[in-house]
Design a protein around this ligand. Structure first.
Ligand code: URA
Length: 262
């Protein structure tokens, strides 16, 4: 963690009212430190797979790349650049596909780009993105990290800004969804974190409110692969309801615990 990240993490903790260091469980400080468990391999075997021969991208109907035809994250971005079916593309400034480290263990999925993301072409770069970066730093994660263990990869359910930030229609979502699912297949996250209800609903098939879903691990089945998924509160909601940051903090600790255990 850089000094800047550490300062950001402390700021986030202070914002949440965490001004004392108290553990959940009592610690007997009269006994010596517990022996450290043997170091585990840092990454589940997924990242250690032998490189497969490079597949060739397949064209979809209309000549552009179908989601299934994409063989790399770069292919997906190219396919989205050439995808004309989504009406949002006509009103958006640019495509907003993904940011972060494609080798990360963790994929974060938000809803749709807002004004700042539309201008910069990267997810979560506005006010809610800045809060998200502070939240991640508080548990040792960053979209800039080179190390897959502490890196995140960030994308959205929708890849173009809906005008005026309106809720995307079902048709718009259905056009983007195959590309999100293919992104998950290709990025192969060990863990998915859904920011807000929209991605949680789309990836789990559940329709409960986010306050009910948040903080509990569920499983997303993407092309036959079961991926642990943690829904949490959207940073934009936390900006409107700062008192709820304590819930988001609990979710981040739940995520940290899972990462440390695997
Ligand atoms: N909100 C989202 O859900 N995604 C973004 O990229 C920005 C704001």
């Amino acid at each position: 963690m850089t000094p800047h990240d550490a300062a950001e993490a402390l700021r986030w903790l202070a914002e949440m009212g965490a001004d004392e260091i108290i553990g959940e469980a009592p610690v007997n400080r009269l006994t010596g430190p517990a022996p450290k468990p043997a170091a585990e391999p840092v990454r589940a075997p997924l990242r250690a797979e032998a490189p497969a021969p490079k597949p060739v991208a397949q064209p979809g109907p209309g000549g552009g790349l179908s989601a299934a035809g994409c063989m790399s994250l770069r292919d997906i971005e190219t396919a989205l650049e050439g995808l004309d079916q989504c009406p949002l593309k006509k009103t958006a400034t640019r495509l907003c596909f993904a940011d972060g480290n494609p080798a990360a263990r963790i994929m974060l999925v938000g809803e749709a780009p807002g004004r700042d993301e539309d201008i910069q072409g990267k997810p979560f770069v506005g006010k809610s993105g800045q809060l998200l970066d502070r939240m991640l730093a508080a548990v040792g994660l960053s979209r800039q990290a080179q190390d897959p263990e502490s890196a995140v990869f960030i994308t959205n359910v929708i890849f173009w800004r809906p005008p005026g930030n309106r809720t995307p229609t079902e048709a718009e979502t259905q056009i983007c969804l195959p590309y999100l699912l293919r992104t998950i297949e290709l990025q192969k996250p060990d863990v998915i974190v859904c920011l807000g209800a929209t991605p949680a609903h789309r990836l789990t098939g559940r329709n409960d409110g986010i306050l009910k879903l948040r903080g509990k691990w569920v499983t997303a089945n993407v092309s036959g692969r079961n991926i642990p998924l943690l829904p949490t509160l959207h940073p934009a909601y936390l900006l409107r309801q700062p008192a709820q940051k304590r819930l988001a903090w609990r979710d981040l600790l739940t995520l940290r615990q899972m990462l440390d255990a695997h």
